[in-house]
Design a protein around this ligand. Structure first.
Ligand code: MN
Ligand code: ZN
Length: 500
């Protein structure tokens, strides 16, 4: 994997090396192994905590260089808050907070994975390790001159001292694959659009073959044959040919209905003839965040050999203004046979998804489809960057997504659908038009998608606010966040996997 930081597990009994990271709760209590390691330094920590108003709040830190009486070059104390309140997901944040204190360089780090009540559970230690890796991620492959401070990555060897090494390793074996999936998604979102165009994106997705994923790449000719006129209309103004990639992981029982994930992959969105303003247009390299998530998710499921049949499908296009580009007023015929009047060529993501959703629903008859798309600016107006917008025709699926959203911290907020919204996209010339009026823009976009899912249980996640450019967090300092990989991995693990 591309990240330089190496995370491993060692027993409590092994002597700490280099930098030492320890945890205390909101009463400044340490576990017994930690207290032993700190020895006489406990008094100094108490005094420093008082002087610094350090109260052990969750993910707050106290930092000591060359601490007297401790066998460490540096001591970092991380607060956990009230230990009895800690949920599994909080351990990700604690790992992130610890990694956030590390500076570039390769000095060894020992993290003592202990709470006041005793050793962290294997699941908690694994989450801690995952948090370290997610925080340490840095997309720096295009910086040829790395300044000592900010630009260099942390390439330290990080050891988590745990009570039960084999159990922690086992828990992290699975979590580590999920982190890899998140990192794959982040890398794809962060890549520049001159590097990551549809054909190159398809090539990268095809690398999942190594994990036993079946890959089918549909080129323009194949999509024409299928009648994917909605998707192809978007890409026709680009010199980069469009692609659809179908990824299949068959880890479940033979013949079991698959679960399906569909991603919008607009590798660059200028808006087309309805061109966008220049300000921040560069951000539109991230308009493939949905497709990036699906690739990262399929990696996670295949790498940890999930007992499920899963389909990932991504529509890859570039939306450019050109003599051959689609015009407002054009009418295209989608694979479903429904015709679409193009009102605004910048409402292109739904056109791409329309054909991919229809294709997946018909070809695989999945248990459900979840699509992810950086679809509308309107969802950011509604929800900011804290929640993705959730639209669904199925209450059970919506509730499950909401539950795993809370558990993983990748939260979703359900938005309405209904005939009053749906009629706003009726067209006077075709079966529908690709935009409604100004108000409720993320809802009419979802209504459009719903016209292509039939009765398949379906959820649409509008991730325009969460996939990229969201505020930095304890576990993400990257522009591309990889949002959705942990959410959907958990959805599968909780509700759709066969018993082990
Ligand atoms: Mn657009
Ligand atoms: Zn777009």
């Amino acid at each position: 994997m591309p990240d330089a930081v190496k995370v491993g597990f060692v027993p409590f009994s092994s002597a700490p090396r280099g930098i030492l990271v320890v945890f205390c709760d909101d009463t400044l209590k340490f576990g017994s192994t930690t207290s032993k390691a700190l020895g006489a330094a406990a008094g100094m920590i108490k005094r420093a905590a008082a002087a610094n108003q350090f109260k052990g709040k969750s993910a707050s830190t106290l930092d000591f260089l060359a601490p007297e009486g401790v066998k460490a070059s540096r001591l970092i104390v991380v607060g956990t808050g009230k230990a009895s309140d800690l949920k599994d997901n909080d351990f990700l944040k604690l790992g992130g907070a610890a990694a956030g204190k590390l500076r570039p360089g390769n000095e060894a780090v020992t993290i003592l994975a202990e709470l006041p009540a005793g050793a962290m559970k294997p699941k908690q230690a694994a989450a801690l390790a995952a948090g370290v890796r997610l925080r340490a991620y840095k997309f720096d492959r295009y910086k040829t001159k790395k300044k000592d401070g900010e630009d260099a990555a942390i390439d330290a060897e990080i050891s988590l001292a745990v009570g039960d090494v084999p159990a922690a390793k086992k828990a992290f074996a699975s979590d580590g694959h999920i982190v890899d999936g998140v990192i794959i998604a982040r890398d794809l979102v962060n890549e520049p659009p001159n590097v990551l165009f549809p054909v190159e994106f398809a090539r990268r997705a095809s690398q999942l073959r190594k994990l036993g994923v079946d890959i089918d790449v549909l080129d323009v000719k194949a999509m024409k044959k299928l009648g994917m006129g909605a998707l192809l209309g978007v890409g026709q103004g680009s010199t980069q040919p469009s692609r659809t990639v179908i990824m299949r992981w068959n880890g479940g029982r033979k013949g079991d209905q698959p679960v399906a994930f569909v991603g919008k992959g607009v590798c660059f969105d200028t808006g087309g003839i309805s061109i966008k303003p220049a300000a921040s247009m560069e951000d539109m390299k991230g308009d493939m965040g949905g497709a990036a998530c699906v690739v990262g998710l399929m990696h996670a499921l295949a790498a940890r050999k999930a007992r499920v049949n899963a389909v990932g499908a991504i529509g890859l296009v570039e939306n450019m203004p050109d003599g051959n580009a689609q015009r407002p007023g054009d009418i295209v015929t989608s694979m479903s046979g429904q015709t679409i009047e193009i009102i605004n060529t910048d409402a292109e993501g739904r056109l791409v998804l329309a054909d991919v959703l229809w294709y997946v629903a018909r070809k695989f008859k999945p248990k459900f489809m979840v699509d992810l798309a950086t679809l509308t600016g309107a969802i950011m107006v509604a929800l900011g960057t804290e929640y993705a917008g959730l639209f669904s025709n199925n209450d059970q699926l919506a509730e499950r997504l909401t539950t795993v959203g809370q558990a993983t911290g990748e939260r979703v907020w359900r938005m309405p659908l209904g005939p009053e919204y749906d009629k706003q996209i009726d067209s006077q010339f075709a079966d529908m038009k690709n935009t409604g009026n100004r108000n409720g823009g993320s809802i009419t976009a979802a209504q459009f998608l719903q016209r292509f899912v039939d009765d398949t249980p379906w959820a649409h996640l509008d991730i325009a606010g969460t996939a990229m450019g969201a505020p930095k967090t304890e576990i993400n300092q990257s522009w591309g966040s990889g949002y959705g990989v942990r959410l959907l991995e958990r959805l599968v693990a909780e509700y759709y996997e066969g018993k082990r």
